[in-house]
Design a protein around this ligand. Structure first.
Ligand SMILES: *[C@@H]1O[C@H](CO)[C@@H](O)[C@H](O)[C@H]1NC(C)=O
Ligand SMILES: *[C@@H]1O[C@H](CO)[C@@H](O)[C@H](O)[C@H]1NC(C)=O
Ligand SMILES: *[C@@H]1O[C@H](CO)[C@@H](O)[C@H](O)[C@H]1NC(C)=O
Ligand SMILES: *[C@@H]1O[C@H](CO)[C@@H](O)[C@H](O)[C@H]1NC(C)=O
Ligand SMILES: *[C@@H]1O[C@H](CO)[C@@H](O)[C@H](O)[C@H]1NC(C)=O
Ligand SMILES: *[C@@H]1O[C@H](CO)[C@@H](O)[C@H](O)[C@H]1NC(C)=O
Ligand SMILES: [Ca+2]
Ligand SMILES: [Ca+2]
Length: 334
C-alpha cells in the first residue's frame, strides 16, 4: 500500500513537471519538489515500522494509544509520575492504573477525602481530629461536602434530638467542623452541608473536627481538589428561579468572606417574598446574624462589621413558595 501511494505521488509530480514545462515555468523548482517528495516518502513509509503496545503506523509515524509514548510507543507512561496521591500518599502502579496508600484519616482514590469517624454512622463523643491539606503554588484548594451532614448544634434537645436544618457558622455549635485558611476561619454544624469552599491561591487548609462529651450525630464527609481558577463568589446572591417561585425543601448557603478594614453591606433588590405563617417564617433567608427574613417587606440593608465573614442561608419548608430574594453585597472601607 505504501509503495503504491509512493508511485502515485511521483506520477502526479511528473505530470506537474510536464504541465510546468508546457507553460515554460520554473522547471528546476518542480524537479526539486519531486526529489523532496520521494525523500519524504522514503521516510514516511510504514513498511519497516512496528509499533509496540497496540500503536498503529500512519505516514511513517506510530500513533500511540493512551498511556504510551516514544517513537514506537515503547515507553509506558508511569501513572504515579507525577504522584496523583494527595497528602503524601504512596502511589503504586497496578494493571488498571494505580492505587494510593493514604496516610491515616485520609481516604478516597487520591487520598482526597476526609470524614468524621464512622461516617455515615455516628461519630464518637469526645473526638478531636485535625487535618492539614497542603496547598500547591498557583492552585486553589476546593472543598466539597457530601449531602449527609449532621453535626450537633445548640438547637438539639437535651435528649440528643434531631439537629436543626438551620445552623449558622461560628455560633450555635456544640460539635463542629472548623475550616481555617487565609482569611477564612469558620465553624459549621447543623443538618445541611456548607456550599463548596475555595481557599486562597497556594494556601494550605487546616481542618478541625471536634465533638463534645454528649450526643453524637452522623458527621461530615468532604473531598478536595486543586483547581486552576478560583470559583468567583456569586454576587448577587439570588434564590433559585428568581423572580419566579423557588422550590420546596431547599437549603442553600453562601459564604461571603470578610476583609480587614472593610464592612460588608448587603442590600435586597427588586421583589422580595418568602413564605410567612402563623408561627413565623416558614421559608427564610438569613444573613450573617441569626435574624430570619421572610414576608413581603424588603428588609433594611445589613452591615457586617469589618473582618467578619458572613453566611447567607436560604431555607424553605415542604410546601408553599413565593418569589424569593435578590441580595447584592459590597465591601465598604471604614
Ligand atoms: C510511604 O512509604 C514509606 C516508605 O515505605 C513509608 O515510610 C510511609 O509511611 C508510607 N506512607 C504512607 C502514607 O503509607
Ligand atoms: C466531591 O464531592 C462532590 C459533592 O459530594 C461530588 O459532586 C464530586 O463528584 C466529588 N468529587 C470526587 C472527585 O469524588
Ligand atoms: C428526627 O428525624 C427523623 C428522620 O428524619 C424523624 O423520623 C423523627 O420524627 C425526627 N424526630 C424529631 C423529634 O423531630
Ligand atoms: C454519646 O453520648 C450520648 C450521651 O450523651 C450517648 O447516648 C451516645 O450513645 C454516645 N455516642 C456514642 C457514639 O458513643
Ligand atoms: C462598619 O462597622 C463598624 C462596626 O460595626 C461601624 O461602627 C461602622 O459605622 C461601619 N461602617 C460603615 C461605613 O457602615
Ligand atoms: C438583582 O439585582 C441587581 C441589582 O439591582 C440587578 O442588577 C440584577 O439584574 C438582579 N438580578 C435578577 C435575577 O433579578
Ligand atoms: Ca456532641
Ligand atoms: Ca414554603
Amino acid at each position: 500500500m505504501g509503495e503504491l501511494l509512493r508511485w502515485m505521488v511521483v506520477l502526479l509530480s511528473i505530470t506537474s513537471i510536464a504541465l510546468a514545462s508546457l507553460h515554460g515555468e520554473e522547471e528546476e523548482q518542480d524537479i526539486l519538489a519531486v526529489i523532496d517528495i520521494s525523500l519524504s516518502l522514503s521516510f514516511s513509509s510504514c513498511d519497516d515500522i512496528n509499533c509496540d503496545n497496540g500503536g498503529s503506523c500512519f505516514k511513517g509515524n506510530c500513533v500511540c494509544p493512551d498511556k504510551t509514548t516514544g517513537m514506537y510507543c515503547e515507553v509506558l507512561e508511569n501513572p504515579c509520575e507525577p504522584n496523583p496521591c494527595y497528602a503524601n500518599g504512596n502511589c503504586s502502579e497496578t494493571e488498571e492504573g494505580y492505587i494510593c496508600e493514604c496516610p491515616r484519616d485520609f481516604f478516597g482514590t487520591n487520598c482526597d477525602v476526609i470524614q468524621s469517624p464512622n461516617y455515615p454512622d455516628n461519630y464518637a463523643n469526645n473526638t478531636v481530629m485535625t487535618w492539614v491539606l497542603s496547598g500547591i503554588p498557583d492552585k486553589y484548594i476546593l472543598l466539597q461536602f457530601e449531602d449527609v451532614f449532621e453535626i450537633e448544634d445548640t438547637s438539639v434537645s437535651n435528649s440528643c434530638g434531631n439537629v436543626s436544618y438551620n445552623s449558622v457558622s461560628n455560633n450555635g455549635c456544640y460539635d463542629y467542623i472548623k475550616i481555617i485558611t487565609g482569611d477564612i476561619n469558620v465553624k459549621y454544624c447543623g443538618g445541611a452541608p456548607p456550599s463548596p469552599i475555595t481557599a486562597q491561591e497556594g494556601s494550605d487548609v487546616l481542618i478541625v473536627f471536634r465533638a463534645d462529651s454528649f450526643c453524637s450525630y452522623r458527621g461530615f464527609k468532604l473531598n478536595y481538589t486543586h483547581i486552576d481558577q478560583p470559583i468567583p463568589p456569586v454576587n448577587p446572591i439570588i434564590s433559585p428561579s428568581y423572580p419566579n417561585m423557588y422550590p420546596d425543601d431547599t437549603y442553600l448557603t453562601w459564604l461571603v468572606l470578610g476583609r480587614r478594614g472593610f464592612n460588608i453591606s448587603f442590600t435586597f433588590n427588586g421583589v422580595f417574598g418568602l413564605e410567612i405563617g402563623e408561627y413565623g417564617c416558614y421559608d427564610y433567608v438569613m444573613v450573617y446574624t441569626n435574624d430570619k427574613y421572610c414576608g413581603n417587606v424588603k428588609p433594611q440593608p445589613i452591615v457586617v462589621p469589618t473582618g467578619e465573614d458572613a453566611m447567607v442561608i436560604f431555607n424553605t419548608d415542604d410546601s408553599e413558595g413565593s418569589q424569593g430574594f435578590n441580595l447584592t453585597y459590597e465591601y465598604q472601607e471604614n
